[in-house]
Design a protein around this ligand. Structure first.
Ligand code: TNX
Length: 513
């Protein structure tokens, strides 16, 4: 399969008209916006272009001229009516991006970003690129394969400044990712303010892995993240990991423990030693905790999903696990959100209808992972694929390079290092028998942060490998052309560089200066 063009993820249909005259963005160019939400998408795009070019690029009504860009939201514009689909035409008659929804239009503008010279990502209106601000004559008809495509950031093992999270959202949006899953709580820290249980952050946020100190997001911080994401049509999926991975919560509230003794805060990396208590004597406190926390998190969450963990509860007996998962999932569902759980949660046959499972075994499922994952489908839900040996981007690179801060980063437990090709060459719909195209909701690349202490290190692990996950989630199924992909990754690298993102210069990718 040959995918011309230079966009990641590869559009479903793209034609480059190599002999035709390109579009040239100029001083007098305008964005003509039409239809619901089009002007807001136009403003987001215009802000970037103004910063890079110094052009005014007003957003207006009316008839587009050949020097203009038309941004259109109207029924029947997207290929096959897909919510995130869009059509793009560029040439000497102008640029037209059209979709059925503002979201689709936004995705289309991310293709347009990549068709422009990489300098479009700069914020300093420095100088026009040698050949000007041109868009090659191109026709695209595009829509995603899967609806849920994201990155998971572990802010519990190490926490990251709000501004860095905002930048990350901007960078992953370029890849048409539409979910940022925040792993907000774990043994080493509770990172989100909960007003009704204030010690969760007063005490539970004081530590990180390795004694790096603590930190947390206030509700206002969190609202800023949600709002910034919403402007880029990215949904924040909050995760409160229960009933294991709860040492930080237990250290703050001993009434949640079985023995009534608050454990010390934890700065190590081993997991599987903490648990909420299933005993009836703790039922009142535990259920109040579950109701309050899920309610407050849901109130901060415009998106439909609430992730409640469920993984590696190795200190919870099987019987207690089932009891606690039933209560945890019921509390989540009572907020009106759709609950997501790691695949272990599929042990329960009492999940609220539609509960989504997140698979994190390997491309070859281990032990009972496939059966646990099918259990979500049997209960009316779908599945997010995060196979650890290809999609866990906290796994080391094969060349094990020092990171941007000079430290070696990452883990090896998921079958050793993960190469760009491995992250690219897998199919989400052929991993778990019985979980095919229709049962897969999407794909997520987690970055766990036991070894990762700063956003530059997170980005170094993500870029370029997350481009592979984005393409697996967006582009049509079928044979994959690794060489073509790697070439497009090199072009993407110029955009990421211009944005100031940290990119690992993997050997084998023809990076251009
Ligand atoms: C497994 S994946 C975990 C995390 C670790 C990660 C490290 C999952 C659901 N649990 O607790 O951070 O491995 O790679």
């Amino acid at each position: 399969m040959f995918v011309p063009g230079r966009i990641v993820p590869a559009p479903a249909v793209v034609e480059s008209h190599d002999d035709a005259t390109p579009f040239r963005l100029a001083e007098e160019s305008r964005i003509v916006a039409r239809g619901p939400g089009a002007a807001a998408v136009a403003e987001t795009f215009a802000a970037r272009v103004r910063a890079a070019t110094g052009f005014e690029l007003p957003v207006v009504d009316g008839e587009p001229a050949a020097s203009d860009l038309a941004f259109v939201v109207a029924d029947g514009e997207a290929p096959a009516g897909a919510a995130e689909g869009y059509a793009l035409e560029a040439g000497d008659g102008g640029v037209r991006v059209a979709a059925d929804t503002a979201e689709g239009l936004f995705r289309g503008t991310q293709s347009l970003r990549q068709l422009l010279p990489a300098e479009i990502e700069r914020a300093d209106a420095a100088s026009a690129p040698t050949h000007g601000w041109t868009v090659p004559a191109t026709s695209i008809a595009d829509a995603p394969r899967f609806a849920y495509r994201g990155v998971m950031l572990d802010v519990a093992r190490h926490v990251f400044p709000v501004e860095d999270v905002l930048d990350l959202i901007d960078r992953i949006a370029l890849l048409k990712l539409n979910v940022l899953h925040l792993h907000l709580t774990d043994d080493q820290g509770w990172r989100l303010e909960i007003e009704s249980w204030p010690a969760l952050t007063r005490i539970g946020a004081s530590t990180s892995v390795g004694g790096a100190g603590g930190g947390f997001y206030t509700k206002d911080d969190y609202r800023r993240i949600v709002a910034h994401a919403a402007e880029r049509f990215v949904t924040i999926v909050p995760e409160i990991d229960l009933p294991g991975h709860t040492n930080a919560a237990l250290s703050a509230y001993p009434e949640l423990t079985c023995d009534g003794v608050a454990p010390a805060p934890y700065e190590g990396v081993e997991v599987g030693f903490s648990s909420l208590c299933a005993s009836p004597e703790r039922a009142e406190a535990t259920d109040r905790f579950l109701a309050d926390v899920t309610r407050e998190v849901a109130e901060l969450t415009p998106g439909p999903w609430l992730h409640l963990g469920g993984d590696e509860s190795l200190a919870t007996s099987a019987e207690d696990y089932l009891d606690l998962v039933r209560r945890i999932a019921a509390a989540g569902a009572a907020t009106g959100k759709t609950v997501i759980g790691w695949h272990e949660m599929g042990a329960s046959t009492e999940l609220p209808p539609g509960t989504v499972g997140q698979y994190w075994s390997f491309v070859e499922p281990e032990a009972d992972a496939a059966a646990l994952t099918r259990s979500f489908v049997e209960q009316g839900g779908r599945v997010i694929m995060s196979p650890a040996d290809v999609a866990y981007l906290d796994m080391r690179y094969a060349d094990d390079p020092p990171g941007p801060l000079g430290r070696r980063l990452g883990q090896g437990w998921a079958k050793g290092p993960t190469t760009l090709e491995e992250a690219y060459l897998w199919d989400p719909a052929s991993i778990v028998p019985g979980v095919g195209e229709r049962e897969v909701l999407g794909v997520v690349a987690p970055v766990w942060t036991e070894t990762i202490t700063a956003m530059s290190e997170v980005e170094f692990m993500l870029f370029p490998r997350v481009a592979a996950i984005a393409e697996v989630g967006w582009s049509p199924a079928g044979p994959r052309d690794v060489d073509g992909f790697v070439d497009r990754v090199a072009a993407l690298g110029r955009h990421l560089d211009a944005l100031g993102a940290e990119v690992h210069r993997l050997r084998g990718v023809p990076w251009r200066a």
